[in-house]
Design a protein around this ligand. Structure first.
Ligand code: ADP
Ligand code: MG
Length: 448
């Protein structure tokens, strides 16, 4: 058990090395022009100013890209007033995630129609269509704020006929076919939305990260550093030639060139092999909610196979893949040091295990701790690399969203500690910033 836990734990030097590798990947992504695709894509969001909080009006938003799909109406009410939000939440049916892309967009238009009906919404009084911000949390090469083609699916999505197509156009066509009075004015990655949402409350926000189903980050870059986009950004005047632009890093794909291979365990390699996108999103697979529970399950399985725990037999409830949920890590790690109430409860009552020896609970919890700590430290390493890239002169607020950060009892504290350790020279705070894909996307739509 010790060696398994050791293999899941990285050293201070490892994190330093990974941080340096990330810094080079960021640089390479920004510089890349033509040629082979960079590992970390550093995509232009075409968001060249952040909302200030004074934005007002009604905006629709869609959130597609994770466990839940949502349709929202966001009523922005200017300064100092929280927006009012109406939302419908759907679980995305598996057959739409993996089926025909056209069916996916028809489904979306259908939910919009239902939403307008249920909330008695129609075109604006002057006949203008309702403006919509489309949060689409996959790597997209944008051609402008409201157009962009899907580079690849991630996180369990694989709908056919969408890669390489303009997803804003596909959405607008489905909306028009359903004759809805809606116009998609902004295509937004959830990290970019989170940055906007955080900026509504805190003008010092310059970085945003997500640790949910997947992992990704966005930050404010100087436009002159985005060489690949210099032509398409030439017309933008916000803040002069060196004004801001939000970069969607797509850091989840860091490591695709093999630079993280030596930090991977056998469990990480197995997860990658069985995933829908083997070889891709290497960093994400070490970090995010879609994978952590399964890493723990595979580590348990290897101990069982060696006859070390559970009498050498995999418990019935954990035989199938993905049966050890990532939320169990939060549950188990909630126990204070040396106590095992939640761990025992989860293992024996919820999972129906018969613990033979108290050491079994200790081992399972140690595995969970190793896996979630590695995740938190890796996200921290990414944030530290971004801070070093920005070289801020003052305090930076980092907006963070996602269930791991929100619900895991030690995630925020571990992240803060690691960022401090990796870049002691900068002042920062990590701030839970919710609903980037609703509030944030609406605020970006309001800037159009
Ligand atoms: P998304 O990224 O899909 O927009 P979330 O931020 O809610 O949405 O992330 C969903 C992921 O978080 C899932 O992979 C799920 O396993 C994980 N998760 C859900 N609840 C918890 C929890 N309490 N603790 C840790 N992880 C959780
Ligand atoms: Mg989300």
């Amino acid at each position: 058990a010790r060696s398994i836990i050791a293999s899941l734990s990285l050293s201070t030097d490892d994190y330093e090395a990974i941080g340096d590798l990330m810094a080079s990947s960021f640089e390479a992504g920004l510089k890349a022009s033509g040629g082979p695709k960079p590992a970390v894509k550093m995509l232009c969001s075409y968001v060249t100013k952040l909302p200030s909080g004074s934005e007002a009006g009604d905006y629709l938003a869609l959130d597609l890209g994770g466990t839940n799909y949502r349709v929202l109406l966001v009523r922005l009410r200017g300064s100092d007033q929280e927006p009012e939000i109406l939302e419908d939440v759907y679980a995305v049916p598996q057959e739409l995630m993996l089926g025909d892309g056209a069916a996916l967009f028809t489904f979306i238009a259908g939910t919009l129609r239902d939403f307008l009906q249920a909330n008695q919404l129609s075109a604006e009084p002057d006949g203008e269509r309702l403006k919509l911000g489309f949060t689409f949390s996959f790597p997209v090469e944008q051609h402008g704020l409201s157009s962009g083609s899907l580079i690849m699916w991630t996180k369990g999505f694989a709908a056919k006929g969408v890669v390489g197509r303009d997803v804003c156009k596909l959405l607008q066509e489905a909306i028009d076919k359903a004759a809805l009075p809606i116009v998609c004015v902004a295509l937004v990655n959830d990290t970019v939305g989170t940055l906007a949402s955080c900026a509504l409350e805190d003008p010092r926000c310059q970085i945003a990260a997500i640790v949910g189903t997947g992992s990704n980050a966005a930050y404010v870059e100087r436009r002159s550093a985005m060489e690949r986009y210099s032509d398409s950004l030439a017309g933008v005047s916000d803040g002069g030639p060196d004004g801001p632009v939000v970069v969607n890093t797509e850091w989840g794909n860091f490591g695709v060139d093999g630079c993280l291979d030596r930090f991977q365990t056998d469990f990480d390699r197995e997860i990658d092999k069985k995933s829908l996108n083997p070889g891709f999103q290497v960093f994400e697979k070490l970090i995010s909610g879609m994978y952590l529970g399964e890493i723990v399950r595979l580590a348990i399985k290897s101990l069982v196979d060696d006859g070390i725990i559970f009498g050498g037999r995999m418990p019935e409830s954990l035989v199938q893949p993905m049966t050890f949920l990532t939320k169990y890590l939060s549950e188990i790690e909630r126990d204070p040091p040396k106590h095992y109430y939640s761990t025992d409860q989860l293992l024996t009552v919820d999972l129906g295990l018969k613990l033979v020896h108290p050491i079994e609970a200790v081992i399972v919890r140690s595995i969970c701790e190793a896996v979630s700590t590695r995740s938190a430290f890796l996200v921290a390493t990414g944030i530290a690399s971004l801070l070093k890239r920005i070289k801020p002169s003052g305090h930076v607020t980092v907006g963070i969203d996602g269930s791991l950060f929100k619900f895991h009892p030690h995630f925020p504290e571990r992240m803060t500690r690691k960022v401090q350790e990796l870049c002691p020279d900068y002042e920062f705070t990590l701030k839970l910033s919710e609903d980037g894909s609703g509030k944030g996307a609406a605020a970006i739509a309001a800037l159009v």
